[in-house]
Design a protein around this ligand. Structure first.
Ligand code: NAP
Length: 243
């Protein structure tokens, strides 16, 4: 795989899976725009690990802030060839106890954030007749999960967004796919108790949590020439937990 000369925007890339995606795309030669929400130190670390990169602090739920990510990309590297919608948050609670603001915030970041960025990317990509868009969904979008109606709805919505935009953009040489990770070792899963982790691991046929690089490798493939005939698909990276 070779992404020399390509420019990628990766949202939510200060830490975790997003950081690893940046590293892999950078390894393959891409210029990388590292978006993050507020943790400057972690974003600086991602920046230091990439070859040609720039950081942009911006909240993807806000269309104007997303525009700034694309403006910085344009100034530094030109128009984006690759967009990875990875920014995501959880605000878990049982349905009966979940308040409206926690429902709205998760939908705004995880789903509307991706919509904002796909919309901004689509014009230059259509003009270039080339583009690779990957949306990071989740296994729970397919299986459901207790205590996560907001998160599951946002991640299932991302699959719908992926399929509809794949159809709209296919004629212009743009592919749009989703990756649905299972349990991956990041800050998002670090708060689970040992008991819960052991229970979850026992339900994973491969027997262990995945690592960010497992997701990054799949994302990199979907951005490569070898994946040119794959669009509108959901690729699971989950150790077999949901077949
Ligand atoms: P993480 O370690 O919690 O990192 C989340 C990243 O998103 C951080 O860089 C954070 O920025 C950024 N972010 C949060 N809100 C944002 C906003 N409003 N605008 C821009 N950036 C924002 O998460 P992760 O585990 O790597 O997860 C990455 C993606 O994979 C998410 O979409 C998640 O839902 C999905 N996923 C994860 C797992 C898993 O097991 N970890 C499983 C399935 C799917 P700061 O660093 O500045 O806070």
């Amino acid at each position: 795989m070779n992404l020399t000369g390509k420019t990628a925007i990766v949202t939510g890339a200060g830490r975790g899976i997003g950081r690893e995606i940046c590293l892999r795309l950078s390894d393959l030669g891409a210029n990388v725009v590292i978006n993050y929400a507020g943790n400057d130190a972690e974003a600086a670390k991602t920046l230091s690990l990439c070859q040609n990169a720039v950081t942009v602090k911006a909240d993807v739920s806000d269309e104007k802030e997303c525009k700034r990510i694309f403006d910085v990309c344009g100034e530094k590297f030109g128009t984006p060839d690759i967009l990875i919608n990875n920014a995501g948050i959880t605000k878990d609670n049982l349905l009966m106890r979940m308040n409206e603001s926690d429902f709205d915030r998760v939908l705004d970041v995880n789903l509307k954030g991706a919509f904002n960025c796909v919309k901004l990317a689509s014009r230059p990509m259509m003009k270039a007749k080339y583009g690779r868009i990957v949306n990071i969904s989740s296994v729970v979008a397919l299986s459901g999960n207790v205590g996560q109606v907001n998160y599951v709805a946002s991640k299932a919505g991302l699959i719908g967004l992926t399929k509809a935009s794949a159809l709209e953009l296919a004629a212009r040489g743009i592919t749009v796919n989703a990756v649905a990770p299972g349990f991956i070792e990041t800050d998002m899963t670090a708060s689970l108790t040992e008991e819960v982790r052991a229970k979850m691991a026992s339900q994973i046929p491969l027997g262990y949590f995945g690592e960010p690089k497992d997701v990054a490798e799949t994302v990199a493939f979907l951005c490569s020439d070898g994946a040119r005939y794959i669009t509108g698909q959901v690729i699971s990276v989950n150790g077999g937990i949901y077949l």
